[in-house]
Design a protein around this ligand. Structure first.
Ligand code: MRU
Length: 351
């Protein structure tokens, strides 16, 4: 198992609040913010102070606990009814990453099934959120170690967005694969797509890989097919925000373009994600809700306008890569292979 040098605590529960790295100011500043109310958590998720599907899931779990603390003084029945409403509201803070709905649903089950008084329910929710943090890191290490087996010696791995320690409780999914592979073979290296409009690849992936001493080259999004044609990319590994029952995968906008380019150049394209990112309630990627984000994300960089002020903007946060472009889905239960309808069905019948 790989050594994980960076000690970044992306999100953790401290006493009676949630502490997280403020990812909106990376890499200029590395600061933690304390989130002390449910509404603050809703805003932190929506504004991408915390981002990355698994990290958003943990934030959602902590957010339910924060609301529970606020409502604790109500009579038990009223407490439960209002808390369930707040949980649903929180689950709507970002629509694509299914880990958010998954984690909030786990908290809702506790609220509905607990025999405790309101203070006891708060405790149970808190403990569950803390358990999710630890479980997420353990899951990512498994994903990393399974994925490392698919990494050729000395490989150059292209990734898009940030599916690293900062997108999870720690270690990362796509970057977990990189970390585990690098521990076995320190000749591997990463090409990181910049990832417009929010530049998670430039701002976050390069930062976290550099902190761990893993060689990384930053390229702009339009460059990846150029390097593929030159034979300089050996595999692609990205994360996922939601995977349908047939393997169609939503991830950061631009991932689909990378997958098409990889297919054209015969380069394996892998998704790395926990099983909690697979949404078996939907059959295909057409059913995945794609988040529309603000025009300012496209019109501005670092607060400065970069285009004609009145220009039309469309800003979908995610795209869906069809299953036929995906070589394998690396999970904590192993690497799922096509046909995904069958492999996904099988993996859920074993867990
Ligand atoms: O908008 P973001 O930064 O939350 O998008 C993140 C991604 O697309 C990640 O690749 C995905 O959530 C997986 S994180 C392990």
């Amino acid at each position: 198992m790989s050594e994980f040098k960076s000690k970044i605590k992306t999100i953790e529960w401290v006493e009676d609040y949630s502490r997280m790295v403020d990812q909106t100011v990376l890499p200029y500043e590395f600061r933690y913010v304390d989130i002390k109310t449910g509404q603050q958590m809703f805003d932190a998720i929506q504004m991408m102070v915390v981002r990355g599907a698994p990290a958003i899931g943990i934030a959602g779990a902590h957010g339910v606990t924060l609301y529970a603390q606020e409502l604790q003084g109500l009579p038990r029945e009223k407490f439960i009814a209002e808390l369930l409403q707040k949980a649903d509201y929180l689950a709507g803070s970002r629509p694509t990453a299914v880990n958010l709905m998954w984690a909030v649903e786990k908290q809702k089950q506790i609220i509905k099934n607990s025999a405790s008084d309101t203070a006891g329910i708060v405790e149970e929710l808190k403990r569950n959120g803390i358990r999710m943090q630890a479980e997420d890191i353990a899951i990512n290490r498994k994903i990393g170690d399974f994925g490392a087996e698919a990494v050729p010696e000395g490989a150059v791995i292209l990734t898009h967005c940030n599916a690293g320690a900062l997108a999870t409780a720690g270690y990362g999914t796509a970057l977990g694969v990189v970390r585990s592979a690098f521990a076995k073979d320190n000749t591997i290296q990463v090409f990181a797509n910049e990832t417009r409009p929010r530049q998670q690849g430039a701002r976050i992936t390069t930062l976290e890989l550099t902190m761990d001493g893993i060689p990384v080259t930053l390229i702009t999004d339009g460059m990846c097919s150029y390097f593929m044609k030159k034979g300089m990319i050996d595999m692609v590994v990205t994360g996922a925000d939601r995977i349908a029952a047939n393997g169609d995968t939503a991830n950061k906008i631009g991932t689909y373009t990378v997958a098409i380019a990889a297919k054209y150049h015969n380069i394996p394209f892998y998704i790395a994600a926990p099983l909690s990112t697979i949404d078996t309630s939907i059959q295909t990627g057409n059913e995945i809700p794609v988040e529309e984000r603000s025009r300012e994300e496209v019109t501005h960089i670092n607060g400065k306008i970069i285009c004609a002020p009145e220009v039309n903007i469309i800003n979908p946060g995610f795209d869906v890569t069809p299953n036929e472009l995906i070589t394998g889905i690396i999970t904590e239960a192993g690497i799922l292979r096509p046909d995904y309808n069958t492999s996904i069905k099988n993996v859920f019948s074993f867990v």
